[in-house]
Design a protein around this ligand. Sequence first.
Ligand code: BGC
Length: 415
Amino acid sequence: MKARVLALIFCLTLSPAMLIAGEVEVLHWWTSGGEAKSVAVLKQLLEEEGHTWKDFAVAGGGGDTAMTVLRSRAVSGNPPTAAQVKGPQIQQWGDEGVLANLDEVAAAGSWDDLLPKVVADVMKYDGSYVAVPVNVHRVNWMWVNPEVFRQAGAMIPTTWEEFTVAAEKIKEAGFIPVAFGGQDWQEATVFEIVVLGVGGPDFYEQALVKADPAALNSPTMIKCLETFKAIKPYTDANAPGRDWNLATAMVIQGKAAMQFMGDWAKGEFTAAGKRPGVDYVAVPAPQTSGAFLFNVDSFIMFDVKDEDAQEAQQAMARLIMGEQFQQVFNVNKGSIPCRLGMVRGAFDDPALRSMDEFSSAAASGNLLPSMAHEMAVFPAVRGAIFDVVTNFYNSDVSATKAAEQLAQEVQAAAY
Ligand code: BGC
């Protein structure tokens, strides 16, 4: 009797939204220290509304393994309720007609007013919202351990020429100049950062967004490839296969001087209790100041029959776009909120710089989608670029030959 009274009191204290509780199975690849701390925020918010979170984490930075697992679950007719999917891939899932429509929750939350157009467009299929954006990551960062630079008597580089001078000094002083993870997506990340710096924003767009064969096989691309490969002598012998967060740890621990990586790396510094401007320095990668390579994480929802699960999906979408989630998640994750007009007080200097440069880059035409992080080209083209870049980095193929291969492979993948 007492239990029944308690249950009744419990039900009466619930808000209407809490009365319908469903389960969401969420596929994502956020498994590093900073990433796990970030995704825990979403789980907590959903559970506070009475929903159940079934975690479907697939390890592997950059998410390629997660995408393979997602496809096989979908092919067998059993997709999860929600999945971390981004960029042009959202259109591909839309073509398959398997996505839930989020227009109602988007209208109630005024997403059209709150999101920059460049972000909103990616979330829509055929004019309707089918994905909810989580954040904006900036890819073209350099993460620096200032103490290592100090001990080596080196200056933090702003150009690739200065990079070589600094890297030589750091190597001589007995440190590893560049913390590097030899996995194809990390190689592609560093490659696109170099293309942006050496080729400039217009060239980046022509080569890695428009995938123009003339830009891919050009003297500028050859120079980009050479500059990219010139980083290799400044990495260590254990780089092949290393996870990105272990590379970040080398900078945190003062074993390495710098890492070229998107600002999910900041999540690792934050999780380790390190302070920007004191324990580490975040600066745009050489020659990319003022340009912004963006990478927006997002979730798609699959069309499910169960009404409680549908309710949980809508709740998840609403919570993700809410101010509380946007603040706490992005502080942990290293990214900036995707919704405009957020209070800036909670964010650190690199995040504030990102926010400002996101707006100024958008105004000057220097806001560009990341190829490596699935924002720019369809997966087949991205895969072709990855293959050539990783083969070039790990073999004796010349830069001239690799540029030819880029144009050939990309054309074969595109048609
Ligand atoms: C994602 C980030 C993630 C990183 C490393 C990127 O593609 O956008 O959210 O932290 O990969 O896994």
